[in-house]
Design a protein around this ligand. Structure first.
Ligand SMILES: Nc1ncnc2c1ncn2[C@@H]1O[C@H](COP(=O)(O)OP(=O)(O)OP(=O)(O)O)[C@@H](O)[C@H]1O
Ligand SMILES: [Mg+2]
Length: 244
């Protein structure tokens, strides 16, 4: 079975207007269906990398999402359809007052019939066991609940590529487990950043370690997440399950 290339990055750099070089000449190829965990210390460039994947920020160098160059303005609409990004901070993501409208925003934007939109919202909330928030207001829910709604909003669009920035942070054990279960059955390409290395061990087929905007290591979870020296050198620790 032939797999498509989901993400192709050649010498991709990103500098913030303030001057920080957040990503430096990244070369990366991620295939369709891969579940890739991005790890690295605070400020390594993880979140910045995710914001490039749906064209939110434009990098230097060459970046393609499913064969479409992000630098080409005419591809942006299609790239936004193909790639969904869940921000690290849900307050950057949620913008409708009602949970239903927020989760429905993407599907409605895709031009789906209202009955289909409702089905998508139900399905997305069901995956995260958050149906009880269906009639809530986005301003009167907890931070962890906002995080769940932000994730549901992207799931409801059914993008080919899902970029999740620290999704398990602030989730209780039950909802964290729901997310793990979904990631393990999903056929979508998933790129996920996390400081919760146990979560990545449970969900990823590949780990990329970033530091100072560069790839320090790229390989199977078994090689990277059990390498105490490598993790310590990069301000990280072994996943809890490997600490004795
Ligand atoms: N909006 C911004 N403007 C200017 N510089 C920024 C901005 N956001 C991040 N940076 C800088 O870019 C670099 C990469 O930041 P980024 O947020 O991508 O790191 P990260 O790996 O996601 O860190 P964390 O683990 O804390 O989430 C850091 O040096 C950071 O200070
Ligand atoms: Mg970050």
């Amino acid at each position: 079975m032939a797999y498509n290339v989901a993400i192709e990055a050649e010498a991709v750099s990103f500098r913030y207007p303030a001057g920080t070089l957040a990503l430096e000449r990244l070369d990366l190829r991620i295939m369709e269906g891969e579940k890739v965990g991005i790890i690295g210390p605070n400020g390594a460039g993880k979140s910045t990398l995710l914001t490039l994947l749906n064209g939110l920020r434009l990098p230097e160098g060459h970046l393609e999402i499913f064969g479409k160059a992000v630098s080409d303005k005419k591809n942006i609409k299609e790239i936004r359809r193909l790639a969904g990004l869940v921000f690290q901070n849900p307050d950057d993501q949620l913008f409708m007052t009602e949970v239903f409208d927020d989760v429905a925003f993407g599907p409605r934007n895709q031009g789906l019939e209202e009955s289909e939109v409702e089905q998508r919202v139900n399905e997305a909330l069901q995956i995260l066991n958050s149906r009880e928030l269906y009639n809530s207001s986005t301003i009167h829910i907890s931070f962890g609940q906002k995080k769940l709604i932000a994730i549901a909003g992207v799931l409801a669009m059914k993008p080919e590529l899902i970029a999740l920035d620290e999704p398990s942070g602030n989730l209780d054990a039950f909802h964290r487990r729901k997310l793990i279960d979904w990631m393990n059955i999903s056929r979508q390409t998933i790129v996920v950043t996390s400081h919760d290395l146990d979560f990545l061990w449970d969900t990823c087929t590949r780990i990329i370690l970033l530091n100072k905007g560069m790839v320090v290591a790229d390989g199977q979870p078994d090689t990277i997440l059990k390498n105490k020296t490598l993790l310590l050198q990069n301000q990280l620790e072994l996943p809890l399950r490997f600490q004795v």
